[in-house]
Ligand binder design. Sequence first.
Ligand code: FA5
Length: 352
Amino acid sequence: MKDRLESLREEALSALGKIGDLPSLGVWETGFLGRKSRFNLLLKGLGNLSSEDRKTVGQQANGIRDELAAALANRRRELSSVSLSGLSETERIDVSLPGIKPATGHLHLVSQAIAEIGSIFGRIGFHRSVQPEVEWDWYAFESLNMPSDHPARDEWETFFVDAPNHPKLGKMVLTPHTSSGQVREMQRRKPPIRMIGISKCYRRQMDVSHVPMFHQFEGLMVDRGVSVTHLKGVLDHFARTFFGAGRKTRLRPFHFRFTEPSFEVDVSCGVCGGTGRLGDGKCRLCKDGWLELGGAGMVHPNVFRSGGLDPEEWGGFAFGWGVERTMMMRSGLNIPDIRDIYRNDRRFLEQF
Ligand code: FA5
């Protein structure tokens, strides 16, 4: 066994001397010193020797292992310094070559719109709030004057979460609209309130103008003596700043359970200048000079009660629109299908 160990030692040292590059050192190390190396296989035979022999052969084996390990470290040092000194030859840099521009990303167009909308309302004193992505039925519907059997709730096409009911707040749902933020905000802080809540919403809908996950922004103002005039002023401020000077809004009577009176908000069409006509014919973007933006109204007394406020003392308005749809209505964007926004196709996203 002593002879076999000695000849293995000589073989290993001679092979090491012939190695000329760093990667081959790794192969050598596995072959001669690794767990399944011939050296280790040989040592398995130690058990068959007498205790006297086992001691001397064991010492010899340890000595050889240390010697091989030291030789390996030496060779590694030598090869490393050779490869570094050769670098100036092999890796010459031609500073006159044009550089490679690193790819830089940018915010997704919806994130850009959210930041812009938040800042437009921020400049007139509305503070940002974010609603939870999962919500209790009570906040999403009941507190907003929509009892469980009310047919209006079907319009929200809600996702229900498979979780135990809350003893007081009912079922768990994916937030279907940001209006739940109205009551949460009233519970959170004392009036006067000026809030702009921008959050994710979920509905079981999918077609050219609907996606199952989208964003809404919800405005809420609560104070004494708030009237529809204030609402109209805030909406016009938004239309002018977001869509461009000269754009204005129009309120059409509508019905929401949580506002009274309620309105649909339209913005004047940027293509035909609100006239509904282009050249000799009708404007192709709008029908009569107006584009539909979203819902709004004066906060319903029952919503104030849900939020713990006295409707005799406080008044307020609220509005809620889709971020994606509002953004798509910007002149020149020309996004024909709302689903394109979330397909994650870089050829599309890089344009914004
Ligand atoms: C609401 O959600 C009311 N909460 C709005 C409101 C707030 C009214 C405060 C009064 C006071 P509606 O279901 O119409 O209303 O949705 C509002 C907007 O969200 C729509 O105009 C649209 O822009 C956007 N929206 C709704 N569903 C989707 C969807 N599946 N995909 C993309 N955008 C959507």
